[in-house]
Design a protein around this ligand. Structure first.
Ligand code: C2E
Ligand code: MG
Ligand code: MG
Length: 694
């Protein structure tokens, strides 16, 4: 009905025809009665409610003008024909679906049933209308769900309560490689990768059964055997009794995301240049190792390796070669340790190495030796051949520290000592190093004037025969008579003196002054004993040092075999042998060699056979309370036995108590030194003591 024809208009204008059948107001749906021309002749209350028009406003009007949306009215002929065609004479005509409009313009999906009723004036039609929008949406939802499932990029899998797969979507097949034919009827176990243990699945099911949901990362296996990571959410759907009916899983392949995450996490934990782990990782691993140590009774060693002359390579060949050198260094370091150990670059040319499950210190020494050997080999960097070496400091738990911070600090200090000793060597941390390292700028500047201001003074202590009390040697110890702080022990200012290099001058001053003093005592008091001087490791880098000793001895006319020099054990572990050469030079001049603080460092008894050692001084820590400690007794006994075999004199240091003395005598120790006999004293005070012995 595109336009109103004449008959329609006439009908409309005509007086309203009487209702042939009463309007069914009592029926719970909207019923509109129209005559054969489509004019409304009846409109029940439900119609009023549904359309918003009162009967008075619509009666006599064309149905299509009231209920059809404006845009459809041009096709109204079709509508009308359609209605008539579907009108049945019974009450059960098939509903037609139309989109209708209300008074307020809102549209809704309507179901229309048309019943034709015969009347005296001709047929009328009862159009019964109901709003079917809700059921319409349900249907649409179903279609939508279907579309979503099919086109979702996420895999969807539905199982029954017994985990039989009932449904998978195309994304499932795309990700796993399993078609519906492969998967339906099976269980999700077809996807298991074997990467998770039974506890993982147990925990997952417990959570799922408790909270009806679980989500997490899981490794699964595709049909082709490839293992991949997925992000999986599982939903448990229950029936009305609360029993599981379905399990619905949604997952996506997160291989790409994992790769990015792995890359980010790698970057956060690794040094971009060498690929080694960074300081924060080694810190974590050390923490972990220290925790486990208590259970395993093994130690953990921290090696601090610093390249010697790296700056020179950077400055002369450029940073590109510097980088190549660092990369190659990293490779070499990795080759020197076990897989379970950790090598990290902590910055610049500094590397930290963690050795776990260490039973003995010498294992760490062995690794350090290996590292130094590898680093000393030429580096072929593109067209350049570069020679460098490394210096290594070692701290071993629990003796050198039980915390990350202390072990790092002590390895660092030991490395610094290795540098001071002449590089290309390793040093174990010793307690003496710890007297270090707090920087004190005021003290440092005051120290510079210590020699010119004559603020140094020497205290002497004898080493004596434990039975006869004959003096074997006198040992000079330097003190700083500080104008404000009073007398300072070496531990207070040696680290600063070592740092500034002033230690060499101090050593020379002590040797010079002590030689002068002992010569005076020799002539005045007929003293016949050695002068046993401490020298810092630095002297082993100074080629003029042996000559200095020779000159001093000559100058004061000291018998050469009455001078002994005390060196640290660590000097013996320096593989570059400068120390050995210098020792031999000094030996040739008649000077005796003593190893100080023996038993605390890394020198093995075997090293003694390689060096021309005359005297071994057993460290205070082994003597302290030796009478109460059988382990110490066994160790000291072994040192004494070896000493006797090699014709080395053994001196026990730091004898404080009579009980210690008696114990040492029983072990066959001949010589000793300590507060029990004499405290170190300045020359004038010491003269009185000397009289007792001479
Ligand atoms: P050291 O050569 O092992 O000297 C022994 C240290 O123990 C000395 O401390 C001495 O005073 C102290 N001592 C001696 N008997 C006992 C004892 O019975 N009980 C205890 N608790 N201590 C005792 P000092 O003078 O503080 O020297 C410490 C270290 O500093 C020396 O260890 C030596 O390595 C170094 N040192 C001292 N003077 C000089 C020096 O003139 N030149 C160099 N290069 N180093 C020196
Ligand atoms: Mg000494
Ligand atoms: Mg000592």
């Amino acid at each position: 009905m595109n336009s109103e024809d004449g008959s329609t208009k006439k009908n409309r204008d005509k007086k309203r025809e009487p209702c042939i059948s009463p309007m069914p107001h009592e029926i719970p749906s909207a019923v509109i009665q129209v005559d054969r021309t489509g004019v409304i002749i009846g409109w029940n209350q439900h119609a009023e409610q549904l359309f918003g028009w009162p009967e008075s406003s619509v009666s006599g009007k064309l149905l299509i003008e009231i209920i059809l949306p404006l845009r459809q009215r041009k096709n109204n002929t079709d509508f009308w024909v359609h209605l008539q065609k579907n009108a049945s004479t019974t009450h059960s005509s098939r509903p037609l679906e139309y989109r209708l409009t209300r008074k307020d313009g809102n549209e809704f999906e309507a179901g229309l049933s048309i019943t034709k009723i015969k009347g005296s004036e001709g047929d009328v039609m009862n159009v019964s209308i109901s709003d079917i929008s809700p059921s319409k949406y349900t249907e649409e939802d179903r279609i939508l769900s279907e579309v979503i499932c099919q086109s979702a990029p996420e895999a969807i899998i539905v199982t029954n309560a017994h985990q039989k797969i009932l449904f998978i979507n195309p994304a499932f097949s795309r990700i796993t490689g399993y078609s519906a034919k492969d998967a339906l009827g099976k269980t999700p176990r077809i996807l298991q990768s074997g990467r998770h243990d039974s506890t993982f699945y147990q925990t997952m099911w417990q959570h799922l059964n408790k909270y009806d949901t679980w989500q997490g990362e899981i490794w699964n296996k595709r049909k082709n055997g490839e293992i991949f990571p997925e992000w999986l959410s599982i939903q448990r759907v229950n029936d009305h009794t609360g029993e599981a009916r379905y399990f619905i899983g949604f997952f996506s392949d997160i291989t790409k995301r994992k790769k990015i995450e792995d890359k980010i996490s790698f970057q956060a934990k690794h040094d971009p240049l060498t690929g080694l782990v960074n300081r924060s990782v080694i810190r974590e691993r050390l923490e972990q190792a220290l925790k486990q140590e208590n259970r395993s009774h093994k130690s953990t060693a921290v090696l601090f390796v610093d390249l010697d002359k790296f700056k020179a390579v950077n400055d002369t060949l450029g940073h590109l070669f510097g980088d190549l050198l660092l990369k190659e260094t990293a490779k070499r370091l990795l080759q020197c340790v076990r897989k379970t150990d950790t090598v990290s670059r902590s910055g610049g040319d500094e590397f930290l190495i963690l050795l776990t499950n260490v039973s003995e210190k010498k294992e760490a020494a062995h690794v350090a030796e290996k590292i130094l050997k590898r680093l000393a080999q030429p580096f072929h960097l593109e067209d350049q051949t570069v020679f460098v070496s490394g210096s290594c400091g070692i701290a071993v738990s629990p003796d050198d520290g039980e915390s990350v911070v202390t072990l790092f600090k002590h390895a660092d200090l030991a490395m610094y000592q290795a540098k001071a000793t002449g590089r290309n060597c390793f040093h174990f941390f010793t307690k003496k190093m710890n007297r270090s390292a707090r920087s004190d700028p005021v003290l440092e500047s005051e120290l510079k004037k210590v020699l010119s201001d004559q603020e140094l003074v020497i205290h002497y202590q004898p080493a004596i025969h434990l039975r006869t009390h004959q003096i074997l040697s006198l040992e000079p110890f330097v003190r700083w008579r500080h104008p404000r702080h009073g007398p300072l022990l070496p531990e207070k200012f040696f680290p600063l003196a070592e740092k500034s290099g002033l230690i060499s001058q101090i050593d020379r001053w002590v040797i010079h002054t002590a030689c002068e003093q002992i010569q005076r005592w020799r002539t005045r008091q007929q003293l016949q004993c050695m002068l046993s001087v401490n020298i810092s490791n630095r002297q082993f880098n100074d080629p003029s040092f042996p000559a200095f000793i020779a000159d001093t001895i000559e100058r004061f006319d000291c018998p050469k075999d009455l001078i002994s020099i005390e060196i640290q054990e660590n000097v013996l572990t320096n593989p570059n042998n400068i120390a050995l050469k210098q020792l031999l030079d000094l030996k040739k001049k008649g000077v005796k060699i003593a190893i100080d603080d023996f038993g605390t460092g890394s020198a093995s008894l075997n090293t003694l056979s390689k060096y021309p050692i005359d005297i071994l001084k057993i460290d205070t820590s082994l003597i302290n309370k030796i009478h109460l400690d059988t382990r110490k007794q066994l160790l000291v006994q072994a040192i004494i036995d070896i000493g006797h075999r090699f014709n080395i004199k053994i001196i026990a240091e730091g004898i404080n108590k009579k009980a210690e003395l008696e114990c040492l005598k029983n072990l066959g120790c001949d010589w000793g030194q300590g507060f029990y006999f004499n405290k170190p004293a300045p020359a004038e005070a010491f003269e009185a003591t000397l009289k007792l012995y001479t």
